[in-house]
Write a protein that binds this ligand. Structure first.
Ligand code: MCA
Ligand code: AMP
Length: 503
């Protein structure tokens, strides 16, 4: 079954002819941003706690200076630059500079432990690393002593005296190497092109009626595509403003919406849930639009937010490999429990038999970095197989009804059970372990380790192992012991039965 491509008319303002929608007209985000900056140099563009508002003209100048430093440090178009830092103006400058110079940005979660970061460094082989935590910087350099590492203010790089060419990337040139485990195995880099990033941001700009008058409060990190590819890239493409928060605090978000007269707020369901629980959600009634994504938004939470704030959230569906795919419409019904209608130029259909969501469009990546087999496995006749199982309402609204991939989504972060199991299995008291996600009112899904034959006395040691090897959001919140894990005739653990056993 196919969600008719014509359905995306629902995302266009009245009177716009779909035939005129060219998502790649500006060729790349940097080229489009440069055009905005030239037209509106005085526009307040990025706000952080340390610097207040920075204008478009200042962002242009500072990012050109940063690009000159990268160039002076020897980085060439196509080289990778690892960036791992909390949200700040300096991080935005480094990211924008890297894209302007044609470098390929490798975003890394600041919570990664040494094992996780070393995997990224050895796989992506970056030339440069911008890292705000000195311990992480040491891990990066120890993993590959050819990497030049610096903090976000770039003070360890030579001042650039030459002016390298900027904003020259073509739509097919690589822009971002975003690590994700896909369906199985260790994290692999999804290589997104400038065209992928631009087309997705442009589709959202149109669909969400994003204008230079908008101000977004962004309490999500910039090392995943929700914060980066949607929040930051969309803001700069629209010529709008973004208020960065280093971490999520409900009170600070509500204050910022008021103080900065913000019109937009993007979050994961956990964030919306916590805003509601804070008792201050009613103060968000000045927003023009609230958006939820990265994890299923409970229909009841959708309604509760609408009651408290007057905001009917737009729920949308995205993925690292495809940036954004589907969104509820700005005009028209925002249907709770659905992710909406495919975005402009995105085609979506369900695989016969399995109902797996298959996607095609200018937003869909070309493949995984240096992984031809994994790339081949993830495409079916040119359609990207998402691992999500969908259903399509009669009028084209898409619902996500299950997953074919083994994935837990906790608070909007993806946790791959296999990775956690591999770490815990290293402990001698564990004969086997199954890691599952159980429903949780705050996290959506909670990571639970079900240990076979384990000695409950060894739980403390298991927790230490998890702290050493796994970012906090991947660590089991609970460890449960069972005599034997349920297995099928081939001896394989049956996760659905494990869930029934302890759920
Ligand atoms: C933090 N912890 C978590 C999580 N976040 N544990 C499980 N799941 C999490 N998501 C850990 C903390 O490190 C801490 O551990 C303990 O749990 C309590 O943390 P707390 O202070 O409550 O959490 P927080 O720091 O306030 O973070 C909650 C959060 C955050 C704001 C919801 O998780 C977050 O920003 N999530 C969004 C991530 C995101 O941007 N995802 C988009 C992926 P300890 O006590 O040990 O220190 S991109 C994507 O999915 C696609 C493209 C899409 O569609 O968007
Ligand atoms: P990531 O690999 O971090 O890009 O996560 C992508 C996955 O998040 C998708 O394949 C979905 O399983 C899930 N996801 C994103 N948005 C939604 C949503 N609105 N509802 C349900 N699942 C979602």
């Amino acid at each position: 079954m196919t969600a008719e491509p014509a359905n995306w008319r629902a995302h266009l303002p009245t009177g716009v002819d779909p035939a005129t929608v060219d998502l790649l007209a500006e060729r790349s985000l940097p080229a489009a941003w440069a055009a905005r900056w030239a037209d509106h140099a005085a526009a307040p563009t990025v706000h952080d706690r340390r610097s207040g508002w920075t204008t478009a003209g200042e962002l242009e100048a500072r990012s050109a200076g940063a690009a000159a430093r990268f160039h002076a440090a020897g980085a060439l178009p196509g080289d990778r630059i690892l960036i791992s830092a909390a949200s700040s103006l300096a991080l935005v400058v480094a990211h924008v500079a890297a894209l302007r110079l044609g470098l390929v940005v490798v975003p890394a979660n600041t919570a990664y432990r040494e094992r996780e970061l070393v995997h990224l460094v050895t796989d992506a082989r970056p030339t440069l690393a911008v890292v705000d935590d000195p311990t992480c910087a040491r891990w990066v350099v120890d993993a590959d002593d050819r990497v030049v590492a610096t903090g976000p203010d770039l003070d360890l790089l030579p001042a650039g005296r030459e002016h390298p060419l900027l904003d020259r990337s073509a739509p097919d040139d690589p822009a971002l190497l975003a690590y994700t485990s896909g369906t199985t195995g260790s994290p692999k880099g999804a290589l997104l092109s400038h065209g992928n990033l631009l087309s997705s941001a442009e589709a959202l700009r149109i669909a969400w009626r994003w204008t230079p008058d908008d101000r977004l409060v962004l309490p999500l990190p910039l090392f995943h595509l929700h914060g980066l590819g949607v929040g930051l890239h969309g803001t700069l493409l629209a010529g709008a403003g973004v208020v960065l928060h280093e971490a999520f605090d409900p009170g600070r978000v509500v204050d910022a919406v008021r103080d900065e007269r913000a019109t937009l707020l993007f979050g994961v369901p956990t964030l919306w849930q916590r805003l509601l629980a804070s008792g201050r959600a009613g103060e968000l009634d000045g927003l023009r639009l609230g958006v939820s994504g990265s994890a299923p938004l409970d229909a009841q939470l959708h309604r509760a937010i609408a009651e408290a704030t007057g905001q009917r959230l737009i729920e949308r569906y995205g993925m690292t490999e495809t940036v954004m795919n589907v969104s509820n419409p700005y005009d028209g019904e925002r249907r709770p429990g659905t992710v909406g209608i495919p975005l402009p130029h995105v085609s979506l259909r369900l695989a016969p038999g399995t109902g797996e969501i298959l996607l095609r469009g200018p937003n869909v990546f070309a493949g995984y970095w240096e992984r031809p087999d994994a790339t081949a496995d993830s495409f079916v006749d040119g359609w990207f197989a998402t691992g999500d199982v969908g259903a399509i309402d009669d009028d084209g609204y898409v619902r996500i009804v299950g997953r074919r991939k083994e994935l837990i989504i906790s608070g909007g972060y993806n946790v791959y059970p296999r990775e956690v199991e591999d770490v815990l299995r290293r402990h001698p008291s564990v004969s086997d372990v199954a890691v599952i996600g159980l429903p949780h009112p705050d996290w959506g899904e909670e990571v639970v380790a079900v240990v076979e034959g384990g000695d409950p006395g060894a739980d403390a040691a298991l927790r230490v192992l998890a702290v050493d090897e796994l970012a906090p959001y991947k660590r089991p919140k609970r460890i449960v012991h069972v005599e034997a894990l349920p297995r099928n005739a081939l001896g394989k653990v049956v996760k659905a039965e494990v869930r029934d056993l302890v759920g």
